[in-house]
Write a protein that binds this ligand. Structure first.
Ligand code: NAP
Length: 237
């Protein structure tokens, strides 16, 4: 029986990972900012299997929140970080506010660093971050998010040395159908149908595709300091 904390587990990829684990009878703690989102996710997870589901409210960009997540003597087998909020980040750099850029870095990069800082000594198995395809295949938009995603590879490598034998990795998803796309205000299904044709896999990713990749790096004892790409071949396009 393992215990996994998923920061960002209230929706999207993190939720898919939680659902797979709970279905296998594993315990999970899902973390996010919205109590309502966490409660809804918990109710759904409790229907998915026998694993114990806990929720904790925390904003990964706030050090006091992250410190509180890992306060006390309790240890956790695995920590997965999927938290991100892409509000205001889409578009060319000249049109993105500096405030938004700081917000992205605070959440996606510094938040991950805070988890490394405070989870040290508390996580026993693995720590996995979520990078993203735009770090490896820039698209002329959300460049600050791409920079944060790229930096997560270096963060994972550095922490893999510092936290060894705890394994530290990053997952790099391509286009995946999750609520994060809702912020673009477009016809998601029509856009996905068009985007899918550009990929060698000829489809958009599902949250479960990414959940399975998380499980691979969490459980394979020889994977550390690695970025695992699950992008349907997007980097070749
Ligand atoms: N979907 C894609 O196509 C795609 C592609 C490449 C990379 N990614 C990356 O994949 C990861 C997962 O994204 P997703 O698509 O699953 O998005 P999602 O469904 O929007 O999930 C993100 C989760 O993070 C939580 N969150 C946001 N800001 C937070 C904060 N400051 N502190 C704690 N929790 C926070 C959100 O809950 P609250 O709002 O309640 O806090 C939400 O549950 C992200 O890192 C994203 O950048 C996604």
């Amino acid at each position: 029986m393992t215990e996994t904390m998923i920061i960002g587990g209230g929706s999207g990829m993190g939720f898919a990972l939680a659902r797979v684990l709970v279905a296998e009878g594993e315990d999970v703690t899902i973390v996010g900012r919205s109590a309502d989102r966490l409660a809804t996710a918990r109710a759904e997870l409790e229907q998915a299997g026998n694993g114990r589901v806990q929720t904790k409210r925390a904003d990964i960009s706030r050090e006091e929140d992250v410190a509180e997540l890992f306060a006390g003597d309790q240890q956790v087998d695995h920590v997965a970080v999927t938290a991100a909020d892409a509000t205001g980040v889409y578009g060319p750099t000249a049109r993105v506010s500096t405030e938004t850029a700081r917000f992205i870095l605070d959440t996606k990069l510094l938040g991950a660093w805070l988890v490394g800082k405070h989870a040290a000594g508390k996580v026993t198995g693995s720590l996995t971050f979520t990078s993203g395809i735009n770090a490896y295949r820039p698209n002329g938009s959300n460049t600050i998010m791409a920079a944060a995603n790229g930096a997560l590879a270096s963060l994972a490598s550095g922490l893999a040395i510092e936290m060894a034998p705890v394994r530290v990795n990053a997952i790099s998803p391509g286009w995946v159908d999750t609520p994060i796309w809702n912020q673009l205000g477009m016809d998601k299904q029509a856009a996905f149908a068009e985007l899918a044709q550009r990929l060698p896999a000829r489809r958009i990713g599902t949250p479960d595709d990414i959940a399975q990749a998380f499980l691979a790096v969490m459980r394979n004892q020889f994977i550390t300091a690695t970025v695992l790409h699950i992008d349907g071949g997007h980097r070749l396009t």
